[in-house]
Design a protein around this ligand. Structure first.
Ligand code: NOJ
Length: 586
């Protein structure tokens, strides 16, 4: 560090940088959190989203499984995370990787057995890690017994479990399907001469939530898992469940903005309040739904405590800005800040930059080239783990896993991508453009196997992986990063520990600084007289960052994503490419 001019009462002291990653997984110091109002475990939790199909295969069939996860429990514990969100593990024919459930009370054969699940639950709980399950009840699989019954005859008692339109009424008003090969959400079924509704693939018929029997079935399923001891549910596509079953025509082109038409149907809040009464209120669980409606009002109506619906909002406006060709950084700052202020007084948010429906975080928001991959990934992890709201960290982002970028359609596994490929071909689309687009944005990019080590298939499987392993595993893998104190993995652990030990990062007020700075995301977090400042250089340029109104305030450096402390010169700190710096104001 350069010697500081005395006139600039700026003191930089390095504190809290424990270089030994596994010595302490960041046990929360409860005394620091004492006296904070409205504390909830799920507000303080760091959630790790784990895609079971791609985490670890134990039996050589090329598909990740529950025994595989069990074999990596110590790794999960070493991260210091508090909860794991598992993508669906129920019985499924896997049209959409488990988001098409054929039995909600059983485990997918590829993933193992109920005994394996019980062992996983026990192993996680023994390590103080909670488990959040995906609940997929906007639709089931067409191979679920309910649907088999439902389609068998018009007068079957299960007929009304799904949405049917009898063909003698003519064609139903157009509904857009996100996954269908023709974009058509109505599928004709000759067996009963009727159409059934499927917002997603044909193998994912939508359940009829207007039917109280369906709702009761779902609450019973939820209780089945809650009684086993799980700690929460993430409700898949739930904002779509309430439908206007008179099926009014929607304006031409509505599909470009389909969420406006599909989300937040008039009975949604009633269903959530009923679900809360029947299930959530009886257990110490967390609840989060995918999507948060169209407005802040929608989002608040889903999660404000007094309404007794859900616990936290999971909104897409921020993550949706990510674009492989570069994204609007000022807008990025504006969106995250706007959401934070809308939730400053009440309600609670999820904070994330990735999940199983997105390409990889570092490829979208950072720089996945060899020179900056690690440092930009550390910077992005700093962002996620220092914002207000519950952080959701996606498996592999603690290593800086990158997009794989397939060139051949044969490599893809994702059902909407494969269907869209057919659609584009059939309708004379520009196939070169399409292939370029999916290469960067297809969600398969975020689903490649976890990179454990340098052995075959990155140590993920002894068989043939269900989807190709990113070839960069030979240099980018957990084993190598374990050994390197400066690795992304070990930096991630430091961040986790920091958040858990410092309530200011969980509950503290967020204030955006310097909002029109085109490269630096600067903000403060404040709680009970404590104030922290974060400077995140989102660009590959070195920047002399002026501390502005904070230049005369003493600061101590808490953490930086470069090995040595940043250089302070006069009123500025020299931020290196993608540098992240956390200061505590003294
Ligand atoms: C949202 C899930 O996140 C996605 O992966 C899935 O394909 C659809 N819902 C349908 O369940």
């Amino acid at each position: 560090m350069k010697k500081m001019p005395v006139w600039l009462t700026l003191v930089i002291v390095v504190i809290a940088c424990n270089n030994n990653p596994s010595s302490d997984t960041g046990k929360k110091d409860d005394t620091k959190f004492a006296g904070i109002p409205d504390r909830k475990w799920w507000k303080e939790a760091i959630v790790y989203q784990l895609y079971p199909r791609s985490f670890k295969d134990s039996d050589g069939d090329g598909i990740g499984d529950l025994r595989g996860i069990i074999s990596k429990l110590d790794y999960l514990q070493s991260l210091g995370i508090d909860a794991v969100w598992l993508n669906p593990i129920y019985s499924s024919p896997n049209d959409d990787n488990g988001y098409d459930v054929s039995d909600y009370r059983d485990i997918m054969k590829d993933f193992g057995t109920m005994e394996d699940f019980d062992a996983l639950l026990k192993g996680l709980h023994e390590r103080n890690i909670k488990i959040v399950m995906d609940l997929v009840v906007n639709h089931s699989s067409d191979e679920h017994e309910w649907f088999k019954q439902s389609r068998s005859a018009r007068n079957n008692p299960y007929r009304n479990y799904y949405h049917w339109w009898n063909a003698e009424k003519g064609k139903p008003p157009y509904r857009y399907s996100l996954f269908d090969i023709n974009h058509d959400a109505w599928m004709y079924d000759s067996l009963t001469n009727a159409y059934y509704l499927h917002y997603f693939s044909r193998k994912q018929p939508d359940l009829n939530w207007e039917n109280p029997q369906v709702r009761k079935e779902v609450y019973d399923i939820m209780k089945f898992w809650a009684d086993k001891g799980i700690d929460g549910f993430r409700l898949d596509a739930f904002q779509f469940v309430s439908k206007d079953t008179t099926y009014p025509a929607f304006p031409k082109g509505f599909e470009k903005n389909f969420i406006l038409y599909y989300a937040m149907g008039k009975n949604l809040h009633g269903y959530l309040q009923e679900m809360n009464r029947e299930v959530f209120s009886k257990y110490n669980m967390m609840s989060v739904a995918e999507g948060a409606g169209n407005t802040f009002e929608d989002a608040h109506n889903l999660v404000d405590a007094g309404r007794k619906e859900l616990d936290m909002a999971y909104a897409f406006e921020g993550v949706d800005i990510g674009n492989p060709k570069g994204y609007d950084f000022l807008r990025f700052k504006e969106v995250y800040s706007r959401w934070d202020s809308a939730f400053a007084e009440k309600g609670w948010l999820s904070v994330f930059l990735a999940n199983h429906d997105q390409a990889r975080m570092v490829s979208r928001f950072g720089n996945d080239g060899p020179a900056y991959r690690d440092v930009s990934s550390k910077m992005l992890n700093t962002f996620v783990l220092t914002m207000r709201g519950t952080p959701y960290c996606y498996y592999g982002d603690e290593l800086a896993m990158t997009n794989i970028g397939f060139d051949k359609i044969e490599d893809y596994r994702d059902v909407p991508t494969l269907n869209e490929y057919q659609y584009q071909k059939k309708t004379g689309g520009n196939m070169q453009e399409f292939m370029e687009k999916i290469k960067n944005s297809c969600r398969d990019n975020g689903r490649t196997p976890f990179q454990w080590d340098t052995t075959a298939h990155a140590g993920f499987t002894s068989g043939t992986p269900w989807i190709r392993v990113n070839p960069n595993y030979t240099s980018l893998n957990a084993a190598a990063q374990e050994k390197d104190p400066e690795s992304v993995l070990n930096y991630f652990r430091k961040l986790v520990k920091l958040r858990k030990e410092n309530p200011v990062l969980v509950y503290g007020k967020y204030t955006l600084l310097d909002k029109s700075n085109p490269k630096v995301y600067a903000y403060t977090r404040e709680l009970n007289g404590e104030k922290w400042m974060l400077l995140l250089n989102f660009s590959k340029d070195a920047i002399d960052y002026n501390f502005h109104e904070y230049k005369t305030i003493n600061k101590s450096l808490v953490l930086s994503n470069y090995a040595d402390a940043p250089e302070v010169a006069g009123p500025s700190v020299k931020l290196r490419p993608y540098q992240a710096v956390i200061y505590k104001m003294l």
